[in-house]
Design a protein. Structure first.
Length: 235
């Protein structure tokens, strides 16, 4: 009896928050390389403590010689924590020489000794926004010339979100402006959006500040930004 893998790692999955949420699915291929039918069974009892976080379908069956089967394992976390589970697999015992058992029938799975163990792992996480860079460093420009930088906001789990923002309070000293060329809507069908940030000053200034991007609740995602204007024609 051959298994395509014994480790099912779902990696990171956003905690379900709406009816559109879909489980992460991995497929496990089984193959009977024996000359006789084999009954197999996955002991899913360890999954019950996770209340539907992990599911396996089908959990058992009979494979005839050279027959294949696909098992679908699904992961749908309900908390932002790591989940792990080990499941024993039982199969029919080897045929004894000289026994007259019907060769066309599978022997019952031997539950006294596991054939192997399947390991399942996945990490639940909450929706969040990230950026394609850690900070914004605007090009140094002469007085009165506009400095510009383009970056991307990346969606990690929001089904639909209208991104809001908050500029530094001191707009007189740090006159920053923001533009969303493709709008402020981000979600399943639009995993990232471009953002333009501009800075222009008629006075020499060098600054470091932070821009906050906000979700519909209380989430705040901070991006540091810095820039400089110089009274120099060679800048």
């Amino acid at each position: 009896m051959l298994f395509s893998s014994t480790d099912l790692n779902f990696k990171t999955k956003v905690v379900a928050s709406g009816i559109q949420s879909v489980a992460s699915v991995l497929e496990l291929a089984l193959h009977n390389a024996d000359d006789f039918p084999i009954e197999w069974r996955i002991d899913t009892e360890p999954l019950k403590k996770f209340m539907g976080v992990f599911t396996v379908d089908p959990p058992g069956g009979i494979l005839h010689p050279a027959q294949d089967c696909l098992v679908r394992a699904a992961f749908m976390p309900n908390e932002p924590v790591e989940y792990k589970a080990n499941m024993n697999v039982y199969i029919s015992p080897p045929r004894d020489a000289g026994k007259t058992a019907d060769a066309s029938m599978a022997l019952p799975a031997d539950e006294s000794k596991p054939y192997l163990s399947l390991r399942m792992k996945g990490q639940g996480t909450v929706p969040k926004l990230t950026f394609d860079r850690r900070e914004i460093v605007l090009p140094i420009v002469p007085l009165g010339i506009k400095s510009r930088c383009l970056f991307y906001i990346v969606n990690e789990g929001y089904e639909s979100l209208d991104v809001k923002y908050r500029l530094p309070n001191d707009q007189i000293r740090i006159p920053l402006t923001i533009n969303f060329p493709e709008g402020q809507q981000i979600g399943i069908t639009k995993p990232k959006i471009p953002v333009e940030i501009f800075f222009q000053s008629n006075k020499p200034i060098s600054f470091c500040a932070k821009i906050e991007f906000l979700d519909n609740e209380s989430g705040s995602y901070v991006l540091p930004v810095s820039g400089t204007t110089e009274n120099c024609i060679l800048t």
